[in-house]
Design a protein around this ligand. Structure first.
Ligand SMILES: *[C@@H]1O[C@H](CO)[C@@H](O)[C@H](O)[C@H]1NC(C)=O
Length: 414
């Protein structure tokens, strides 16, 4: 009976939103998402080389057949390129790509800043983003191409990136993650075969639990079961540049929420980004993700868990041998692995209560930096990032393994 009832609610909601879609005229801030995508140029060629930084493109293949773009960036200062410093892998957040680390000036953007401090910077791009290169046999139009959530991003994509960089550099690596990039980093680090290749991790807006998320538009999407709606509409890819998704979001806002400032509605109030660059950011963001990934995240919000994907009792039994999906066990992350976390008081996605929950389950005691006025996007786009947290993060990396890291420790600040 209850199932019937919820089915009814969903189909009514769906019918309603389809009606609303046909009537709705997208508001200004939402129709800006339609700004044209850039051409076929590579990430190196579009954003990194034009700023004077050497950049090479690599393609790696995951165990399940996805082809991912990986960029390697070094300093624009030739002296700093003589002996490469330790490798750092950058893992972007949901609906973003590796471009996220290069959207502001070389003095403001973490990707450039790390390169200019002598680090060997590797830029990760997960499956489905514009910088990934499809699949060995599946087309992006095939629904199976989109049959994954963040657990595959952790166990296949991040694992393959870490493995490749470890092989090429013969060195353990540093990881920097933002948002979903921290979910997949922490999930990956619970795996012994992955963590042994990692020197340390720095997490911006760290997320494992999503129980206390406060972003109004996200809560509304969860409440109206947007994940189920998207599946019911036969969509497997979530692309906020598509007309269907734009209209759907617009209908959620219409009369319920003020979405004029769409980013604030989704991420919380951001203190420090450059408003005159928003149109430029929108040339790059958002990137697509999968409907299954969105549903996995919504499961976490609904259930307060940090677990594998929930398929429902029967398929769970078949796949996992138990009715509920197994949790990722944060206490498996070795106590000896140095962690650094930076979190914000205005972050509507990585809530402070949830960050504390994560900390309680870790064996180690991460170094913490709390930025009271920071929202979710400030960790990527703040124009004051250098003094607010870049310097702190770089000092953390430099304090580790000093003997084997003479290259970086010897470098002066630029
Ligand atoms: C803000 O963006 C504008 C437009 O790109 C740029 O001219 C200006 O230098 C930026 N300001 C800062 C502080 O980065």
């Amino acid at each position: 009976m209850q199932r019937l009832l919820s089915l009814l609610v969903i189909s009514t909601a769906l019918a309603l939103s389809i009606q609303e879609i046909s009537a709705a005229q997208p508001s200004d801030s939402i129709s800006r998402l339609r700004s044209p995508e850039n051409g076929a140029l590579s990430l190196c060629a579009q954003l990194i080389q034009p700023n004077g930084y050497p950049c090479t493109e690599h393609t790696i293949q995951t165990k399940d057949g996805y082809l991912l773009g990986l960029q390697r960036v070094s300093s624009r200062n030739a002296n700093l390129r003589v002996g490469r410093g330790p490798p750092v892998l950058l893992l972007h957040g949901l609906f973003m790509g590796g471009d996220a680390w290069f959207l502001d000036s070389p003095e403001e953007s973490l990707g450039f800043v790390l390169a200019d401090h002598g680090f060997d910077v590797w830029v990760g791009n997960v499956r489905g983003t514009r910088w990934s290169h499809g699949h060995i046999s599946l087309s992006e139009n095939n629904k199976d191409f989109w049959d994954w959530s963040w657990q595959e991003l952790a166990l296949y994509d991040a694992a393959e990136m870490i493995h490749t960089i470890n092989m090429i550099t013969s060195s353990k690596i540093f990881i920097v993650g933002h948002s979903q990039g921290t979910i997949i980093t922490l999930a990956a680090l619970t795996q012994l075969d992955i963590v042994k290749m990692v020197e340390a991790a720095a997490l911006l807006s760290p997320i494992t639990y999503l129980e206390h998320i406060s972003a109004p538009l996200v809560l509304r999407m969860v409440a109206v079961h947007l994940d189920q709606m998207i599946f019911a509409m036969g969509l497997h890819q979530v692309n906020f540049r598509s007309n269907v998704l734009i209209s759907l979001v617009d209908s959620l806002c219409d009369g319920h929420l003020d979405c004029n400032d769409l980013l604030t509605t989704i991420t919380g109030k951001n203190c420090c980004f450059n408003n005159s660059r928003v149109d430029f950011y929108l040339e790059y963001e958002p990137h697509p993700s999968s409907a299954k990934n969105m549903r996995h995240l919504f499961q976490m919000i609904r259930k307060g868990t940090f677990s594998l994907y929930n398929y429902g009792i029967f398929k769970n039994l078949k796949l996992y041998g138990q009715t509920k999906p197994p949790a990722f066990d944060l206490s498996c992350i070795p106590k000896s692995l140095p962690l650094w976390m930076c979190y914000g008081g205005n972050d509507a996605l990585a809530d402070v209560t949830d960050v504390q929950h994560t900390l309680k389950e870790l064996q180690s005691t991460p170094e913490l930096l709390y930025l009271e006025n920071y929202g979710h996007m400030d960790f990527i786009l703040s124009i004051k990032a250098k003094e607010d947290f870049h310097n702190h993060m770089i000092a953390f990396f430099r304090s580790l393994g000093k003997s084997s890291r003479s290259q970086v420790t010897a470098l002066h600040d630029i």
